[in-house]
Design a protein around this ligand. Structure first.
Ligand code: 1ZZ
Length: 576
């Protein structure tokens, strides 16, 4: 497990040592059951070599290759084929469906100057059309299961990367129009694999798996690559199989004896609500050592509710493991392998930026363990000075897990990845997240950046604003933000254009905004507020001031022409 300088060497050595060992068990829904398909290390290795040979006819080492697959087997072979041929893999969500997906796909092809897209025979026509539609008809589209890729492409020329060779680009950052690819080198990937092991106590016998999508950092680094790095088996079901029937996930943990499985908080909450007593009775969760909870704010109440609901299935007390991380640090930044007891802190002091025992009304917070082999500091975002223990500031991170920056974006890279603490060290990553260290434990308390996280998915206000504006020709500027709280709720403030009449069907327009957002992004908008022209505040440089708009909204200081609001949002406004 150690000694190799690159993931490529590591996986090739694993395949040579244990070719018959199962690398993947892929579960596919079939007539109400989950059917397993097994792939060994030896099979993965040979398929990756064939595909690397085919790829070598179209791209050179260092070229970017987009991986867009519905098939998980093809995703894994394509990812390895990129490593084997020295091409830089760019995993993205499978294509098709919503307009913003296609736009994002086109945006990434352009931003990363992609030379080739690896797809499947079944999806090749759609992908080629999509490439043509987005103005990238010259990009090669290669089916990873096509005859040339499966065998007979000629000899594979092995590529020997070094530790600082780029392994892949992780596009979880940035809006549709401004995609930012985090560069992950072999060095940062291996450092993060070791960090996961140290934080969570994983070992060669660990049985890992789950339903997380493979193009997202948590599914790729934490679920798939960590299992392969340990030389174990990744047991994978699809996100759809989970959402359709959450019991599928827990039954997989139970049936395959998974010892580690990860998901964002919403998934645990969903299991509490949607796994019924009959399903519960069939589960044995006694082997589940580490139920990783990360990727979005962690609700102490979810940890308790999940532990209580699944204790009869043998779930160990404290199995839940809160973790924090981000793509810019490859994946994990901090984690703990047992659920800490929720801690009550003073709500008023928390708002002022301090973690203290309650004197007035309390709020329960949960920490995400100590830093996982990285240097974490809490820094005042305005002065860049480090703040003392127990005070809230921006989370800054430094260490081998943090790669060199964003692909082809020197300005954004310098601003985020090369930050200096006033009177202290340099080379820190600014995470844009807020938190405090206390007794060496990281508490994530909020977010400075505008990004919205819902069900573990990162949404960018700019995208939601643009979609809202497109609903009607009467619409001008818009602003979107999340309301604070564990479950983030989206609010959209939409201006009417100057000169508009207000005696129109405003309720219909607000409903149309909610509907369009739900169609495009599969999320619910908790509030749509239609306002007069000029209401949306901007900085002198023309940037929408989302935090200021959120404050005005929560204080009830906007004068709406019409608003469509969920009761819980009205409640939040009433309390302040
Ligand atoms: P992404 C063996 N955020 O979400 C399995 N965590 O990256 C090991 N906010 O770049 C798995 N509280 O998409 C280890 N706890 O978004 C998994 O998400 C470790 O705003 C967790 O900046 C890795 C999550 C990776 C991820 C990052 C953003 C962050 C932050 C938010 C993530 C959070 C959290 C609150 C947490």
């Amino acid at each position: 497990m150690s000694g190799h300088q690159t993931f490529t060497e590591h996986i090739q050595a694993q395949a040579a040592e244990t070719p018959d060992q199962e690398a993947l068990i892929l579960l596919t829904e079939h007539e109400g059951t989950l059917r397993p398909e097994t792939i060994t290390y030896g099979q993965l290795d040979i398929q990756a070599r064939h595909l690397a040979a085919a790829l070598g006819r179209h791209v050179r080492p260092g070229d970017r290759v987009l991986i867009a697959h519905r098939s998980r087997a093809l995703f894994v072979t394509s990812f390895l084929a990129c490593l084997y041929s020295g091409a830089i893999a760019v995993p993205v969500a499978p294509t098709g469906g919503h307009g913003h997906h296609d736009e994002r796909f086109g945006g990434i092809v352009k931003e990363a100057a992609v030379a080739c897209v690896l797809t499947s025979t079944a999806e090749a026509a759609d992908v080629s059309q999509l490439l043509a539609r987005t103005g990238h008809g010259d990009v090669v589209c290669l089916p990873a299961d096509g005859p040339a890729a499966v065998a007979g492409a000629g000899p594979w020329e092995p590529f020997a990367p070094g530790p600082d060779t780029v392994a892949y680009l992780q596009y979880t950052s940035g809006s549709t129009r401004d995609p930012r690819g985090v560069i992950v080198t072999h060095r940062s990937l291996l450092a993060n694999q070791r960090a996961i092991r140290e934080a969570l106590g994983t070992r060669p016998g660990t049985r890992l798996g789950g339903w997380l999508p493979l193009h997202h950092d948590m599914g790729l680094v934490g679920q798939l690559l960590h299992a392969l790095w340990l030389g174990g088996t990744a047991v994978l079901l699809t996100p759809t199989a989970f959402v359709k029937r959450p019991a599928n996930w827990l039954e997989t943990v139970s049936r395959y004896g998974l010892t580690v499985s990860a998901a964002p908080d919403f998934a645990y909450e969903m299991c509490v609500r949607r796994v019924n007593d009959t399903q519960l009775a069939g589960l044995d969760l006694s082997g589940w050592e580490t139920a990783v909870n990360g990727g979005e704010p962690i609700d102490a109440a979810t940890l308790d509710a999940f532990a209580e609901r699944f204790a009869p299935a043998g779930l160990r007390p404290g199995a839940m493991a809160p973790c924090y991380g981000l793509a810019e640090a490859t994946l994990i930044v901090s984690g703990t392998r047992t659920a800490p007891p929720g801690r009550a802190v003073d709500a008023a002091a928390l708002e002022k930026g301090r973690l203290t025992d309650p004197v007035g009304p309390g709020r329960t917070v949960t920490h995400c363990g100590p830093p996982a082999s990285v240097d974490v500091r809490i820094v005042d975002p305005d002065t860049c000075a480090e703040v003392p223990d127990g005070l809230i500031g921006e989370i800054w991170v430094r260490g081998e897990s943090v790669g060199p920056g964003y692909w082809a974006r020197p300005a954004e890279t310098a601003a985020a990845f090369d930050c200096r603490i006033s009177g202290g060290g340099s080379g820190f990553l600014r995470t844009g997240d807020l938190g405090a260290l206390q007794d060496g434990l990281l508490h994530v308390t909020g977010r400075l950046k505008d990004m919205i996280v819902i069900a573990g998915r990162n949404l960018y206000p700019q995208d939601l604003e643009r979609t809202a504006q497109q609903v009607s020709g009467l619409f001008g500027a818009a602003t979107a933000f999340a309301l604070p709280g564990v479950r983030e709720r989206i609010v959209i403030i939409q201006e009417l254009r100057s000169g508009s009449r207000y005696d129109i069907d405003l309720a219909g327009l607000a409903a149309a905004v909610q509907e369009r957002i739900s169609e495009e992004y599969e999320v619910r908008t908790a509030g749509v507020v239609l306002v007069r022209p000029g209401t949306v505040r901007r900085t002198t440089s023309g940037k929408v001031e989302r935090a200021a708009m959120r404050r005005l909204f929560l204080r009830g200081e906007l004068t709406p022409l019409h608003q469509r609001m969920e009761p819980e949002v009205e409640q939040l406004m009433a309390t302040g």
